[in-house]
Design a protein around this ligand. Structure first.
Ligand code: GLN
Ligand code: ZN
Length: 755
């Protein structure tokens, strides 16, 4: 019989129960209440898996904050700077590792491969020991087994664990820790074996990245050693193709492999050829990264030859953990009736696995009606008027490279812009959002509950905007913003106003810790039926004689932070979105807005896992941004903004965006990024963030002046802007006002020095 399993289930809960339990605990709640909430969630998720007919349930996919942190704890590999004993770690200490304490900053957080999930980066050095610590995994396995479930524990594999970690000792090669680390894994596997576990899933998604021979050798060593433990290992790869390494990996002494046939369907045959005669192959055939209902017919066509060849050595699963999709469609009462049957969130994906396994095991006739229903949903989707928009299609077809070119080169544009804007040397500005006050949140909640009407809501938002503009004038900033009071989220706000986009009520996905995002869904050709931000921008500009920046989210970020169509290339969807943003740029300009910012914080994270695919991605992403921006006349100044990432390796692509000004996060890296910008000789204007808005701390004038002087040493002062790192949404006015006052002061002082 073909077995069904999943690589992991969303841990946050359909109603974000984990988020609320965590936040209650952090506010001073008790640990037992948090543990109970977590246990209730796990039990519910296991029951969903069992009820869907899966052959095993996943354990170890849960985490209070992050599963990579849980591995560091379980292995005993905690940074010494905290002084914690991994073997006796308390819940409070666990959260200090994740969130920092009075003496120590938290572990660094970074993106999990190319997802929007953030993990905590384990810190290793030559003295790292792996003596073992508190193991949530073992407890979870016991808990599931006690409830009568067939349990398949899920672990991050040793090589990927090392790959995800960082060395805190300069020049230290963390691969040297491999033998000790593998020893710790052996002890974990022995414990699991004692609990009666048969199979353990060992995730090695690092195999879908570029690996050199030392890293590949690490797999040989690690799995040769682990093969001495009596459990069966299923080595799981996902987020891409591992075909390049298949001949080598398939020869490892493990009992099975999982491959991602959604991201990399082409690797099927390579794996079939390489695999030994006894190994299991788990086919990741249901999309774990997206929300579309599976084309069961196509899935069966892929699985058929595998089933024939492998028989019961074929397993089926989602492509990766379901951590990256919302829990269930059930509470989505407001989704269009036509749209809902096209979708499958985590719970619905479990049902799809069950249908596929019945089709393979008992014959397709036993699930004929289910297959027909899935086929019908797909057919409706393919011909729906909601999806296809001829106008958009023909516009995209006509979107030549010329459409992505500003009228004149930067040097000519900037001369016109300076003439029009009359800004001082080192102009000051902010990134867009101002503090989300209690008043804004109240107004939004009342409007949502229909306690106030649209007119009253608009009035209250306008009051906030007027307040933000007034404060900026008083502070003496040079280019003002309206403050984004009307936006709950920089992506969802636009999604609500664009055709081809749907927003969900409860489609939450964990981003990090208790933080969740609700990515909207691009289901059809994207079109902007009418202006979105123009009234707001016009109103804000009417309140001041200073230039006011129109504020837009860029096409790549709108794409990256959404669930997008799987029936056309991402590049095409990006271009459609770009044309919608372009229309908005054009209308803002017509309304007299002279500076327009198009935010692209997600540009970097869209980079493919394999470097060979970077040029293609960067080419279409750049074209999308430029297509959105290039409608602007020369005298209209286009800004962009980026943050939360390493930009050093994509500087040429950033320059190729050809924005007149880029404001960019730098203060956390203490301006290290600037050296790269200096060395690269970034051609246009640049505002390195001098105020770290991620901290409640109010920086001093002298501090920001120091950063600015460093910036002025690499960037010619006539091309330098002065601004914070990012939007001010998460801060309070008590923090923001003195910080901005000090920032404006710093700019004035440097100006005086330079003139
Ligand atoms: N304009 C947005 C803001 O200020 C930018 C947010 C971001 O970069 N993530 O909030
Ligand atoms: Zn930002």
């Amino acid at each position: 019989m073909t077995r069904t399993h999943i690589l992991g289930f969303p841990r946050i809960g359909a109603q974000r129960q984990l988020k609320f339990a965590l936040e209650a605990y952090w506010r001073g709640g008790d640990a037992p209440a948090l543990r109970d909430a977590a246990s209730a969630l796990r039990q519910r998720h296991w029951i969903s898996q069992r009820d869907a007919g899966l052959d095993s349930v996943a354990a170890g996919d849960f985490a209070f904050y992050d599963h990579v942190l849980d591995h560091a704890v379980m292995l005993g590999a905690l940074p010494k700077r905290f002084g914690f004993d991994a073997g006796n770690l308390t819940l409070a200490q666990y959260f200090e590792l994740a969130r920092g304490n009075a003496d120590q900053p938290a572990l660094e957080m970074t993106k999990w491969f190319d997802t929007n999930y953030h993990y905590l980066v384990p810190e290793l050095d030559p003295d790292s020991r792996f003596d073992g610590g508190v193991s949530a995994l073992v407890q979870e396995v016991e808990e599931a087994a006690a409830l009568g479930h067939a349990v398949k524990p899920v672990l991050i594999g040793p090589v990927t664990f090392l790959w995800l970690s960082k060395s805190t000792a300069p020049g230290f090669d963390r691969l040297r820790l491999l033998p000790a680390l593998v020893g710790a894994y052996q002890r974990v596997l022995q414990k699991l074996e004692k609990l009666g576990v048969e199979w353990v899933q060992v995730d090695e998604p690092a195999l879908c990245t570029d690996l050199d021979s030392e890293w590949l050798d690490a797999f040989d060593f690690a799995y040769a050693t682990l093969s001495h433990t009596p459990v069966k290992l299923l080595l799981a790869t996902y987020f891409g193709s591992a075909a390049e390494y298949a001949p080598r990996i398939a020869a490892l002494p493990v009992h099975g492999f999982h491959i991602d046939l959604i991201r990399a369907p082409g690797q099927r045959d390579t794996w079939l050829e390489c695999m030994g005669p006894d190994a299991v192959l788990s086919a990741g055939i249901v999309d774990g990264r997206n929300v579309w209902r599976t084309d069961l017919r196509r899935a069966l066509d892929v699985l058929g030859p595998m089933h024939e060849r492998l028989g019961e050595r074929l397993w089926i699963a989602p492509s990766c953990s379901l951590l990256h999709v919302p829990v269930s469609l059930d509470p989505e009462h407001h989704l269009a009736a036509e749209l809902k049957p096209w979708l499958a969130f985590a719970a619905e994906k479990l049902g799809e696995l069950s249908i596929l396994s019945r089709a393979l095991n008992d014959g397709e006739t036993t699930v004929a009606s289910e297959l027909a229903a899935a086929g019908e949903a797909l057919a409706t989707r393919q011909r729906s008027a909601r999806v296809l928009n001829e106008l958009v299609r023909s516009r995209v077809a006509g979107a030549t490279d010329a459409l992505a070119e500003r009228r004149s080169p930067f040097s000519a544009r900037i001369a016109q812009q300076r003439e029009l804007l009359q800004l001082p040397l080192l102009p000051t500005t902010t990134i867009g959002s101002f503090p989300q006050t209690g008043e804004i949140r109240r107004a939004r909640a009342q409007y949502k509950r229909r306690e106030i009407g649209a007119a009253a809501y608009l009035q209250r938002i306008r009051t906030e905007i007027a307040d933000a503009v007034g404060r900026q004038e008083a502070l003496g900033l040079d280019v003002l913003v309206h403050g984004e009071a009307e936006r709950n989220d920089m992506v969802e706000y636009f999604a609500e106003h664009l055709w081809g986009y749907a927003v969900t009520a409860h489609g939450w996905v964990q981003s990090y810790g208790s933080r969740c995002v609700k990515p909207p869904i691009v289901y059809g050709d994207v079109y902007r039926p009418e202006a979105i931000t123009v009234d707001t921008a016009r109103y804000a500009q009417s309140l001041t004689s200073k230039p006011l920046k129109g504020m837009l989210t860029g096409p790549v970020t709108l794409l990256q932070w959404s669930f997008v169509r799987d029936d056309q290339p991402r590049a095409v969807t990006a271009l459609q979105i770009a044309l919608a943003v372009r229309d908005e740029v054009e209308d803002l300009e017509k309304a007299g807005i002279r500076v327009i910012q198009i935010d692209e914080p997600a540009l970097r994270e869209g980079l493919p896992l394999r470097r060979s695919e970077w040029p293609h991605y960067l080419a279409w992403a750049t074209k999308a941004f430029r297509t959105a921006a290039a409608v602007a006349h020369d005298a209209t100044q286009i800004h962009t903004h980026m943050c939360y990432a390493e930009f050093n390796d994509i500087l040429p692509a950033i320059a190729a965006l050809d924005a007149d000004v880029i404001t960019i996060e730098t203060s956390r890296s203490n301006m290290a990024l600037l050296d790269a910008f200096g060395a690269f000789d970034y051609p246009n204007e640049i505002g390195p963030g001098v105020y770290d808005i991620h901290s409640p701390r109010v920086p001093e004038t002298s501090e920001m002046l120091g950063l600015l002087r460093r910036a002025a040493a690499v960037v010619p002062p006539e091309r330098l802007w002065v601004n914070p790192d990012c939007g001010l949404k998460t801060r309070t006015y008590e923090q923001v006002e003195p910080a901005l006052r000090a920032m404006v002061d710093a700019a004035r002082q440097l100006r005086a020095e330079l003139l």
